[in-house]
Design a protein around this ligand. Structure first.
Ligand code: ATP
Ligand code: MG
Length: 446
């Protein structure tokens, strides 16, 4: 078909304003066919746009013959322009319907490949189309609110947003989840190329940037070649990271609590309908109230072993452990005082150097870790010793070591997994349900 001229936007009314009862007289909406039911004389076409879904009732007697045929024959996802008069109707979704006077099809869709009950893999293969579904649209709206609230909170606290590179040369979270990327260097001898890594965290760069701005944050993708295939691991995830000079661990935890409260408040203010459609009871989020309980790693170890786990000092808590620990909880839980093996840049506790001045925050209901943070080693001697102790090559961290030579200061920071946070806020079964194009070890398409 020939596409019509690009239409005049001022003619159209968003579905949401029809549903809010704000539209007067005849209106024109545009969108996509969501579902259709028709008899010989009447067609009920539910149309969705970016703001909502609206039942359009087309009576054969009240429209041109061609318009009625169009309404009956346009398959799901056909793009349409519908004119009519809004009327309150309890039986219609949203309490309003449109009594149609004109029905125009802009583009007749082919048979949509997604029908009910086709399984997760099919939906993932068709993610480019599934993004039109209500659960996806609702989750993406909650996600957008959470991202905005994250930024808004740190801006309001006087933090400056900065960006760090995605191509990096050193690891900060352990080599096993590091992505090596081909980095073409045409000028190299024999046309050889070298490898760069994809950033696992902005950590080292944040510490460098902090000296100029003192309090900084970022919102960016981090990359981890996760061997663990769980409901909460992506290979590319969105990382909200914060770093601040002169701030100690406890202060950072208090700020995180305030941040989470602010994000939850924003989502409750803006996304109640989305949460409800997703089957998430907003009361669960309303009940979340800092300060959150704090347990030491050693205490958690004991708790878990009491539940039947067989964990020794130094063992990591994985999905099973964190699930057991949090599934009956309604409030997030802090774990502190992890063993010093957790990472070279965390500051060992001066009072007990076998543990670190650090924390993880676990979301309740089995969602597990959403934040990892703590104080950084700031003494130059201690940092060099830690790098040696971990068997790492000091040459790879030359510039990072430099930071400790010019006015080093105590500082803290953390990383928040935004996708994990949103999965919890939405009550999602899987982290991939809350990101448009999930990247996992097995999937880079579509
Ligand atoms: P896990 O033990 O669950 O793999 P981690 O200890 O590796 O997490 P950190 O290095 O502390 O995580 O990263 C900070 C935060 O980033 C985590 O608390 C989590 O919310 C998020 N995160 C880390 N890895 C992933 C991932 N693969 N997918 C999604 N989010 C992640
Ligand atoms: Mg990990």
């Amino acid at each position: 078909m020939a596409y019509p001229e690009f239409p005049d936007h001022s003619r159209f009314t968003p579905v949401a304003s029809v549903l809010a009862g704000a539209a007067e007289g005849e209106v024109t909406v545009r969108g996509w066919v969501y579902r259709t039911r028709s008899s010989g004389k009447l067609a009920f076409v539910v149309v969705r746009d970016g703001t909502g879904i609206l039942q359009c009732t087309v009576s054969k007697a009240k429209v041109a013959a061609g318009d009625f045929d169009a309404a009956c024959s346009a398959l799901r996802e056909s793009s349409v322009v519908v004119t009519g008069t809004p009327a309150a109707d309890d039986r219609a979704p949203g309490g309003y319907e449109l009594r149609v006077s004109g029905f125009e099809v802009l583009h007749y869709a082919e048979t949509f490949p997604i029908t009910q009950d086709l399984g997760d893999e099919h939906l993932l293969d068709n993610r480019h189309l599934w993004l039109r579904s209500r659960p996806m649209v609702d989750a993406l709206k909650v996600r957008a609110t959470a991202f905005g609230a994250f930024r808004g909170f740190w801006d309001s606290q006087g933090y400056t947003e900065v960006q760090s590179p995605s191509f990096v040369s050193g690891a900060c979270e352990g080599g096993s989840s590091l992505f090596d990327t081909y980095y073409p260097d045409e000028s190299a001898e024999g046309g050889k190329s070298f490898y760069a890594h994809l950033s696992q965290s902005w950590q080292l760069y944040a510490e460098a940037t902090m000296f100029g701005l003192e309090r900084i944050y970022t919102l960016a993708p981090s990359f981890r070649a996760e061997k663990s295939r769980t409901r909460r691991h992506l290979t590319e995830f969105w990382h909200g990271e914060v770093e601040a000079a002169w701030v100690h661990n406890e202060q950072m935890m208090a700020q995180e609590e305030a941040m989470l409260a602010a994000i939850i408040t924003a989502v409750l203010a803006r996304n109640r309908p989305e949460l409800e459609r997703l089957g998430r009871d907003p009361a669960v989020l309303e009940a979340v109230q800092p300060p959150f309980e704090r347990l030491k790693y050693a205490e958690v170890l004991e708790l878990l072993n009491g539940m039947g786990f067989d964990l020794a000092w130094g063992d990591d808590f994985g999905y099973r452990e964190e699930k057991a620990l949090t599934q009956e909880r309604t409030q997030p839980l802090y774990i502190t005082h992890f063993p010093r093996e957790k990472g070279f840049y965390h500051r060992p506790d001066p009072a007990d150097p076998k543990v670190l001045v650090c924390h993880d925050l676990l979301a309740p209901e089995g969602y597990g870790e959403i934040i990892g943070g703590g104080e950084r080693v700031w003494s130059p001697e201690e940092l060099a010793a830690r790098i040696a102790e971990e068997g790492m090559e000091p040459e790879s961290y030359g510039w990072y070591l430099d930071l400790r030579k010019f006015g080093s200061v105590p500082h803290s920071g953390f990383g928040l997994g935004l996708d994990r946070l949103v999965a919890w806020l939405c009550g999602a079964d899987h982290i991939r349900d809350v990101i448009a194009f999930p990247r996992t070890m097995r999937r880079t398409t579509p």
